[in-house]
Design a protein. Structure first.
Length: 744
């Protein structure tokens, strides 16, 4: 007994000592504790300074540098955007850290949308890969390069769902579907932020533009968005929720109004949903000047009013409108804004700065050595080519013209887009290196060497303008050639911000050129370069082979030639519907059935149809061909009925019935046939990208849960309802096999 007592006393003693040891080295303060301690030291002006972001390009000038330095020293600048480079950033950071009263580091933001110096395919192209891993890797490399240049925050991913191809920023998102868009949003957040924001090669991500910016009426940039709450929650919010669930550290508020309230001061969206319901721990930032634009919206009477409405709605950081720094201290002193509201915004921003490790080492992102080593690193260039190939969609391949034989004697390459190193970067390449890109023409020359004669003719100038002489020269070249590659589409700056188009056909005279080449009836491959769906029925009818190559970035040329010559079998699928004619827009696969559904062929009077065109698009959502063919078995279900809370296995066998290996994106859609609100005829609920050797067959199984069947009813309750469902499995949103089951 005595021994036991002795051992017990001895062990107690150890615990006490450990406690003493611990007590001496008191536990590290948490980030929250550090933030509270700092907040208590801050004056009201210094707090508001953290909410103030300047555009370095907009404010920099000889005279203003001194003013800026003074404002930084006074702690009135929490963030800059549009400055990059380890040295330039370090110089500014030193002023803030070493010469301001509290030494709070600045956070430096930049639009690293799809790559920093190494440019990856535009986001809509990446969505066409349906390869979530590849998309995450692309963002990861962008973060590695941007952070090496001093950047700690990117204004990406843009997660706006877009169903109107007139809208230029459709290029910047993941297309029309919230299920695919949500997976991509989360993947890009993971890629940018990595596992630990304090790592020097990770950067804060920013889900934008919250919310429903892509629902701009008539596809006109910055235009009004107006919709039911059901549509908002079923279509436009899910990618933001996915980004928040993936841990995104910031959210950018939009330029648009939604249902009468500008999104930059929309308390319902920003405070009730984002911060309270979703418990978003990060901070919000306005879009460029959007807080002050409340006056244009007719929502604020003046700048003071705009500042009051923005901060009280939950807008934390003011990008470049200066209304926070000019008006918030006064608004607090006259009681129109509570200091607690300011404190909440400051906490959120300081918390992210601590998580980035900026307080531990404000210069951790400013290593000129890393900058030299990592920008345009060979493995980044290699990854850019591999990812770009996956984004290419084969739209047509009559007579198996593709892949091209390697012994072609003469090839005519027509179209100035083939010779462009800038357009292939798309409209949001920001700091993307302009020397590194490899054009299609250059890649063809490098691949074919002297074995094949290449006859190049620009065929048209910028924006599709051309002359009869240019067309004649192009036709002449095509006549001399065994094969023509016709590169047509948009210039890189014809999509992106403030680039809506009321006509989404080939620009200006390009159709004339295309028509002249088609009339030759010679083997021709069309290589499309564009940032949005185009109305290209004449191209579809006029040519045997069409590749959708979007804007593929630094390695566009090599990626396209890899596909042209069969080194890579195209596996992309459209993340947006291509309308037959503009008049069908908005057109998307998840349409409602209506009370008078029109049969696809010869729809009779009295059904939902047009008198002049069919309802069907030119190419449906999820469409993409391969150099091989895939055969689908019937759909098998693990049961013909399930109870609430149970799940259902949906399976099919896919066989590669062709002679070359290929990848297929097997898609799963559902339809809730009867519900308390009408439901779309199809909704994407799963996909798997599989690789199959010639002759190989694979069983593909999906698990459908009750949650996958849930929706918002008229009282905004999110739940599944009993009843009959259909499931569809196939190669795109139209080519599907179906089965049905009951949910009890
Ligand atoms: C622009 C864009 C936004 C971008 C911001 C900073 O107006 O709308 O996407 O991140 O300003 O450049």
């Amino acid at each position: 007994m005595k021994q036991l007592l002795f051992i017990a006393l001895l062990s107690l003693n150890f615990v006490a000592m450990a406690g003493d040891v611990n007590n001496n080295a008191s536990p590290q303060p948490t980030i929250d504790e550090k933030v509270e301690k700092l907040l208590r030291q801050m004056t009201l002006e210094e707090k508001v300074g953290q909410l103030n972001q300047y555009d370095w390009n907009a404010v920099r000038s000889k005279t203003r540098d001194a003013l800026l330095q003074r404002e930084i020293k006074e702690g009135k600048v929490g963030s800059f955007l549009n400055i990059d480079g380890a040295k330039a950033i370090k110089d500014l950071q030193k002023i803030a850290v070493e010469q301001s009263r509290l030494g709070i580091p600045i956070i430096f933001g930049l639009d690293v949308i799809h790559g920093y110096k190494t440019v990856f395919p535009v986001p809509l192209a990446e969505a066409a890969s349906w390869d979530i891993e590849a998309i995450e890797k692309s963002a990861r490399i962008a973060a590695i390069e941007a952070s090496a240049a001093g950047i700690n925050w990117t204004f990406a991913p843009m997660v706006d769902i877009a169903r109107d191809p007139r809208w230029g920023r459709i290029m910047e998102g993941a297309g029309e579907d919230p299920y695919l868009g949500s997976l991509i949003a989360a993947a890009r957040v993971r890629g940018f932020q990595g596992a630990n924001l304090a790592q020097p090669d990770t950067i804060l991500a920013c889900a934008k533009h919250y919310a429903a910016y892509g629902a701009a009426e008539a596809g006109r940039e910055y235009n009004t968005a107006d919709m039911s709450l059901i549509r908002l929650w079923e279509v436009y919010l899910p990618p933001f929720k996915a980004a928040v669930d993936a841990g995104v550290g910031s959210v950018m508020l939009g330029f648009n109004e939604l249902n009468g309230i500008p999104t930059s001061a929309n308390k319902y969206l920003v405070t009730d949903v984002l911060k309270n319901k979703w418990r978003f721990p990060g901070f919000t930032v306005s879009d460029y000047g959007s807080f002050s634009e409340l006056i244009n919206h007719g929502y604020a009477a003046d700048r003071a009013g705009a500042a009051e409405l923005s901060i009280n709605a939950g807008g934390d950081m003011d990008m470049q409108s200066r209304i926070y720094i000019e008006y918030l201290p006064g608004l607090v002193r006259n009681g129109r804004v509570k200091e607690d509201q300011i404190n909440d915004s400051v906490r959120r921003i300081l918390t992210m700065k601590f998580k980035l490790g900026l307080f531990d080492d404000p210069y951790r992102y400013c290593s000129e050595q890393r900058e030299k080593e990592l920008l345009l690193a060979p493995d980044h260039i290699k990854a850019a080519r591999e990812i770009a190939r996956k984004c290419i969609v084969l739209l047509k391949n009559d007579g198996r013209l593709l892949p091209l034989k390697k012994d072609i004697k003469t090839i005519a390459v027509i179209g100035s887009l083939a010779d462009s190193k800038v357009d292939i970067l798309g409209g949001w390449a920001a700091q993307g290196d302009r020397e590194a890109p490899v054009s299609l023409l250059q890649a063809l020359k490098e691949r074919l060497g002297d074995n094949t004669a290449i006859l190049y003719e620009p065929g048209y100038k910028q924006y599709g303008y051309t002359t009869d002489e240019m067309i004649d020269l192009a036709v002449h070249a095509a006549k001399q050639a065994d094969l023509t590659i016709l590169a047509i589409g948009e210039n890189g700056n014809m999509s992106g911000e403030c680039a809506s188009r009321a006509d989404i056909g080939l620009p200006h005279d390009q159709p004339k050129l295309a028509d002249a080449i088609a009339k030759l009836n010679k083997p021709t491959v069309v290589v499309l370069m564009n940032g949005r769906p185009l109305t290209i029925k004449a191209v579809h009818d006029g040519f045997p082979a069409i590749l959708e190559t979007w804007f593929l970035g630094t390695q566009a040329g090599p990626a396209v030639t890899d596909v042209l010559f069969g080194d890579y079998n195209p596996s992309g699928k459209l993340p947006v519907t291509f309308p037959l004619v503009l008049g069908q827009v908005p057109i998307y696969y998840a349409q409602k059935n209506t009370g008078r559904p029109a049969p696809p062929v010869n729809p009779p009077w009295g059904t939902s149809k047009y008198s002049d065109v069919p309802n069907d698009p030119l190419y449906p959502f999820g469409f993409g061909l391969s150099y091989t063919t895939f055969e689908y078995s019937d759909v098998n279900l693990s049961a013909d009925k399930i109870k609430m809370g149970q799940s259902l296995q949906v399976s099919t066998t896919v066989k590669n019935a062709g002679s070359v290996a290929g990848e297929e994106v097997v898609q799963l859609y559902i339809r809730d046939l009867v519900a308390s609100v009408t439901k779309p005829v199809k909704e994407l609920r799963g996909f798997q990208k599989i690789s199959l050797k010639p002759g190989e067959a694979k069983n593909v199984t999906f698990t459908l849960t009750t949650a996958d069947l849930a929706f918002y009813d008229n009282d905004m309750n999110f739940k599944a309802e009993p009843g009959k469902f259909k499931v569809f499995v196939g190669a795109d949103s139209k080519a599907v096999k179906e089965a049905s089951f009951y949910l009890e």
